[in-house]
Design a protein around this ligand. Structure first.
Ligand SMILES: [Zn+2]
Length: 83
């Protein structure tokens, strides 16, 4: 079973969230930042994501379809098995 990306919440992570070091989600381009104090904290700035918070990234994903407007050409639609 794949795990859910913390930003777009599609199942893109090949293993446990805590084990996916440096994994960049192909659907939203959020880098899975295992170095955060709390990866699930919506307000904590992620160094791996240029100090963006998960809250900002989720808003951007809803608006642009990527965690940052800059990455809209780097992402793809989620596959059926990732939903
Ligand atoms: Zn994602």
């Amino acid at each position: 079973m794949k795990e859910k990306c913390l930003c777009c919440e599609y199942k893109t992570l090949p293993k446990k969230v805590s084990e996916c070091v440096g994994f960049i989600c192909p659907v939203c381009f959020w880098e899975n930042d295992v170095f955060m104090n709390n990866m699930y904290d919506l307000k904590e700035k992620s160094d791996c994501n240029r100090s963006m918070t998960l809250e900002q990234a989720r808003k951007n994903y809803k608006k642009y379809g990527a965690c940052d407007e800059e990455f809209i050409n780097n992402v793809r639609k989620p596959n059926k098995d990732e939903m």
